[in-house]
Design a protein around this ligand. Structure first.
Ligand code: HEM
Ligand code: HEM
Length: 223
């Protein structure tokens, strides 16, 4: 009697996919809002990115097996082996891609956190602007600018790498990021419940709200 194959396990669980495509929408939207000086829209998009990224980082510890950092982050030796053409250990991110994923998440975090301390020097101040002295505020302004340029470069590289794997190596990465799995891109372990991700995101949003509620007030105006 031949064994009946079980249902295909997703490589990327629903929360990981939702988080990815929301980031893809929010990042250009936050950029556009800053360019148009719609600072309140920029601020809310920035908070959304912050909650998404912190939740994704937490998901890297408590999420589904293939979304965990322990599943895909590997040392330099494994990256070099991958570059020599020796296959990847994980069904998910390849050894080189895993480091770009981590860098992308850390840059997004830096971008959103530095925004909290930033100001356009005219109409808008980030909610934690008054928590720092003048020197540190300037530094945060610079960090916000530099991190964004680095992000643009890294996102361009990321999209180029995805296109390379998709077109030249015929790997259905985008289909897997959209549907969870695709031919040759299946998970090896069952995902955890998506409700866990809802709980993680709610805790992160609540923590952000608590930090913003405790933000220092602007000093009184001196006439
Ligand atoms: C604002 C732009 C983007 C950002 C910030 C971004 C960020 C990320 C991050 C953080 C991951 C890791 C996913 C995880 O483990 O949670 C990822 C993976 C991925 N992204 Fe993007 N991404 C962007 C744009 C795009 C676009 C435009 C595409 C489609 C062409 C795309 C396709 C993918 C795919 C297919 C993966 C999975 C790669 C793999 O299988 O190893 N991304 N992206
Ligand atoms: C990850 C999400 C974010 C992205 C991609 C982003 C991107 C940008 C960009 C491209 C600019 C214009 C360039 C510059 O002057 O630095 C800008 C300006 C600014 N952003 Fe953000 N930002 C984000 C989050 C935030 C957050 C959460 C806040 C505060 C709540 C914030 C506050 C500001 C302020 C006050 C400016 C004006 C700076 C100036 O005019 O010099 N940003 N942001």
């Amino acid at each position: 009697m031949s064994a009946v194959p079980g249902p295909v396990k997703p490589l990327w669980d629903l929360p990981t996919r939702v988080c990815h495509w929301l980031l893809v929408c929010c990042l250009p939207a936050a950029w556009l809002a800053a360019e148009l000086a719609w600072m309140e829209v920029h601020e809310w998009l920035g908070y959304t990115v912050l909650v998404l990224v912190v939740s994704r980082i937490a998901w890297g510890f408590v999420g589904s097996p293939h979304s965990r950092f322990s599943d895909f982050l590997v040392g330099p030796r494994a990256v070099l082996a991958y570059l020599r053409g020796e296959g990847a250990a994980s069904a998910g991110h390849n050894p080189l891609g895993s480091w770009s994923v981590l860098l992308l998440l850390l840059l997004l975090l830096t971008q959103a956190v530095s925004g909290l301390f930033n100001s356009d020097d005219v109409f808008f101040t980030g909610p934690l602007y008054y928590a720092l002295d003048a020197g540190m505020r300037d530094t945060m302004g610079l960090v916000h600018e530099v991190a964004f340029n680095l992000l643009l470069g890294l996102v361009a590289l990321h999209v180029a790498a995805v296109i390379y794997h998709q077109r030249w190596r015929r790997e259905p990465l985008v289909q897997a990021m959209l549907r969870g799995s695709a031919d040759g891109r299946e998970g090896r372990a069952a995902p955890v419940s998506s409700w866990r991700a809802v709980l993680v995101a709610a805790v992160v949003a609540l923590a952000l709200w608590a930090v913003l509620a405790a933000a220092p007030e602007p000093p009184p105006m001196m006439w």
